[in-house]
Design a protein around this ligand. Sequence first.
Ligand SMILES: [Zn+2]
Length: 287
Amino acid sequence: MEQAEALDIGQIREIVQTVVETMRKSAPLSPIAAASSLESDALREEIIRVGRKLWQRQYVDGNGGNISVRLGNQYVLCTPTMMSKADMQPADICLSDLDGNILAGDRQRTSELMLHLEIYKANPAARAVVHCHPPHATAYAATGTPPPTGYITEFELFIGEVAVAPYETPGTRAFAETVLPFVEDHNSILLSNHGVVCWSDTVSHAEWLIEILDNYCRTIVIANQIGKPLQPIPDDKIAEILAIKRRLGLPDPRINHASTIEQCGSAVSNSEIDRLVVKVMERLENE
Ligand SMILES: [Zn+2]
């Protein structure tokens, strides 16, 4: 008869730790646990702060606009329908799964959550989405034309080329899917005859993109009234901006045309690009 070998206390501890670790990794967080987690509390506060900023900047009107953020891999926190973005409280924020089913929260979710979910499913880099109706960018959306590129450094760096999604009735699946061809290479999309949608790594950064986009559209409209032709940033300097974007992982369809960067023959060294990347990262992290 075989005698079982006795385990010492160190081996037992190791086994217990392995089992706990495996359970922690494999066990999905329940909706109730997710909705009441510290991470969820912090994200709700961020959504509320950003909602107030959107309202103060007049980027949302009536109950318009919506904000969402991914919570872990399974859930999304989003703004409720029929509520001004200036008046939200933590309890108003809904918890949804990636199919749009509400799992926690008393209010009904925004009808445009499907648009946000399509973006999350299509691009894992998108962790937060903001949709709103800022007047200058929405004016471009009403013309079905993106703002021109190549005139303001900040805009080139953080956004660059803006996509224009075709018109569909808001709230429908067809509407949500209009952005799909663009979400890989663009973090900012004009929704024809409607508004804009931007995605980023955090809710605050997605709201920054909205500000940068609307401010740029306003600047171009004003510049066109001066009576002098706009003066573009030289191609080789655009190539330097694209090199920084590539290093930062910021999307831009021009980066995929690698030859664009090489043909322009950037005069700036790699170490100089590194220094500029660090500067931008510091700005992003100080939010
Ligand atoms: Zn809208």
